[in-house]
Design a protein around this ligand. Structure first.
Ligand SMILES: CC(C)(COP(=O)(O)OP(=O)(O)OC[C@H]1O[C@@H](n2cnc3c(N)ncnc32)[C@H](O)[C@@H]1OP(=O)(O)O)[C@@H](O)C(=O)NCCC(=O)NCCS
Length: 401
């Protein structure tokens, strides 16, 4: 199918693109919300696909960055606002938008693109792969008690919306992209995130023993029984970050101490969060789901592969196949401290989407071999590749966009 006509939208067209996107998600599109999300529509980064002269689909990308193994922080386009008019789907609008967007990302010198997918079957064909996972946990508040050994210290205070708008971005910046997979949050991101919160959303800040703010939580209560006699208040934790385990544990301790609630549900948490280890009864931390979180696209494969670090192991020649951006295809010799294109016979072959899953260290090469996602030409390379790509920590993004 021929690509549709795709072009960057003028500022005056951004509002229409937003409407189209919200409609594609079956969500309301209130005028009073536009002001708070307009900052996400960055000039030049808003694309429209036109079918017979009419806007049929759209996508935007936010200028962001992401921490990769070894601590380097790489520019990364945060792709969002993807929608195609329901009466124009399956005519290639998304494909055309993806083609143009990835070309733009590459031209801007951003080696990576990333997104959260509404459906898991859409983006692999464009070279995206699941790079981080997250979990939802549900705790019975009355039976969840922190152990005395859980790291504590400092104090937690509630802050009003105005203070939260100033403090939370500062604290997030201070925490820094200290973990592989964490991404930067722009001013536009914060404005739209905080504006989307409901009236009953509460912000609380943790400060350490020296009084330095080092963590925050945003939560809201779902109240089903206004007589308070049936224990049906659930607290939903929307965003919780801390610089140190003591800040995170301190915030959990605060949540567990909130009167009149009987359940705490926290979404988008790290799969390796230490919560179970902090509780006297670890079964009270019920993991209700683990799912794909951040999808990554290596847009400039040599630049991305060179930017991360590798474990000690013999070099491996990895063939990368990238049908959507064929300029990335080739044999890469990967060794600690050096990644280069080479003409050697490949020991392993991988699609660029599966490479994205390896890239931040969320899955082992041998697991992808077992899953049939890596082809093995030299079996001795599998263990070496496992050691090269292994990382000490599980990646976590922790930011919706
Ligand atoms: C998802 C969406 C953007 C796809 O747009 P589209 O213009 O229909 O996609 P295209 O016609 O370019 O399809 C490209 C390919 O993806 C496939 N595809 C697209 N959407 C798909 C879906 N939801 N499920 C399965 N396959 C899908 C197409 O079949 C086609 O496959 P092919 O490469 O084998 O030909 C559109 O369906 C939509 O707006 N959905 C609702 C909003 C949404 O989910 N947005 C994404 C937010 S992350």
């Amino acid at each position: 199918m021929d690509d549709l006509d795709v072009r960057p939208l003028a500022d005056s067209e951004h509002r229409r693109a937003r409407s189209l996107f919200m409609r594609s998600l079956h969500r309301p599109d209130a005028d009073d919300q536009w002001e708070s999300v307009a900052g996400r529509y960055e000039p030049g980064r808003v694309l429209g696909a036109f079918d017979e002269g009419e806007l049929a689909g759209t996508t935007i990308s936010l200028a962001s960055s992401i921490a990769v193994p070894g601590g380097a922080v790489l520019p990364s386009a945060a792709v969002t606002g993807v929608g195609v008019r329901a009466d124009r789907t399956r005519r290639g609008a998304l494909r055309s938008l993806m083609r143009r967007q990835l070309a733009d990302v590459r031209e801007r010198g951003e080696p990576l693109a990333m997104l959260h997918a509404s459906e898991a079957v859409i983006y692999e064909r464009f070279g995206y792969g699941v790079a981080t996972r997250s979990r939802t946990v549900s705790l019975d508040r009355f039976r969840s008690v922190l152990r005395p050994e859980a790291p504590t210290g400092g104090r937690v205070r509630m802050v009003d919306a105005e203070s939260a708008a100033k403090l939370l971005p500062e604290i997030y910046r201070r925490i820094g992209l200290c973990r592989t997979g964490m991404i930067s949050r722009s001013d536009g991101w914060w404005t739209s995130w905080l504006a989307a919160l409901r009236d009953n959303t509460v912000a609380a800040v943790h400060s350490d023993d020296d009084g330095v703010d080092d963590g925050f939580v945003l939560y809201e209560a779902k109240v089903n029984d206004h007589r308070f006699d049936d224990g049906v208040i659930t607290l939903q934790v929307l965003d919780l970050h801390g610089a140190e385990p003591a800040a995170v544990a301190g915030l959990w301790g605060f949540l567990l101490g909130l009167d009149l609630s009987n359940r705490i549900v926290a979404i988008n948490r790290p799969v390796d969060e230490l919560l179970e280890w902090w509780l006297t009864d670890r079964r009270q931390c019920r993991v209700t789901s683990v799912g794909d979180d951040l999808w990554l696209r290596l847009v400039d494969v040599p630049a991305a592969l060179s930017a991360r670090t590798y474990g000690q192991a013999d070099p491996v020649v990895l063939e990368v196949r990238d049908a959507f951006l064929p300029e990335n295809s080739g044999q890469y010799r990967i060794a600690p401290g050096e990644v280069r294109l080479c003409g050697d016979r490949p020991q392993l072959s991988i699609g660029v989407d599966a490479l994205a899953s390896l890239y931040l260290g969320d899955v082992a090469v041998s697991d992808l071999v077992a899953a049939g996602r890596v082809a093995v030409h030299d079996p001795s390379a599998v263990a070496a590749a496992d050691r090269l790509f292994a990382t000490a920590e599980t990646p976590w993004c922790g930011t919706s966009f």
